[in-house]
Design a binder for this molecule. Sequence first.
Ligand SMILES: [Zn+2]
Length: 280
Amino acid sequence: MLLATVVGCGHLGMVVPERWSVTSLSMTGLHDDVFMPPQRTEIEAGQLVIHADFPLARRHRIVRELEQLRVDVSDRLGLPISDEPIHLYLFEHRDRYEAYAAATFPGFPARRAFFVKTDTSLSIYAHWQDRIAEDLRHETTHGYLHAVEGEIPLWLDEGIAEYFELPRSDGQVHLEHVDRLAGKLLEGTWQPDLQRLESYLDAGLFTQDHYAEAWCWVHWLLETSSERRALLQDYLTDLRRDPGTPPLSTRLARTEGGLAAASADLVDHVLQLEKLEIGR
Ligand SMILES: [Zn+2]
């Protein structure tokens, strides 16, 4: 039995049947090798072992970017670098990707890309499309993170992946999330609540609002002061040593003004980012 944690991500889903039968596959004209992962090209890029079903150049911009991401994630989060291989399976065509994903991980909601962690492996599956670079930065961040962290809370896992999914040139400001949160603040339909976010354990219940708030806490922690960045780094270090480490909110509660001050500061952070965006 495959014991796997499939990290669901907030990427646009694709509509596929929950389970494909061999009959339905043959009716679509797909080949029998639909259950085989891509194997035409194999590239080693640092920790990544990339398997593609199409010719992919070793020096492709995306490959180099994902290699660099390993260093960025480690530097920014103060994490060691692991040598555990992360297998990245790239499909050229969506139909083959969907069929493979549905056959191999039946019942898992369809995504453009997803990350799977088992007791013995770390794998990413994706198909080549317009947003492949963003998707791979997101999923590969999960891979780099899980290679060193045994357990990581859902909100933080996704917040960090959202943070690193942006190109480096964007300064890690996720405009879509900023717009969403600023709009909800204006409507009076959202206030930050880290403890509420920490209570979510099921990726299936994580909405775009949760992704946006998770990204925002991570951005605020990493980008607004060295003390806050150290607080997140220390938490990740402690979590690596002890998965039972109390949640991050307990540490923020001990800082000046407690969680209420942190939440108020987060609101200011959103509004400032929104202002910067409008001023562009
Ligand atoms: Zn994710």
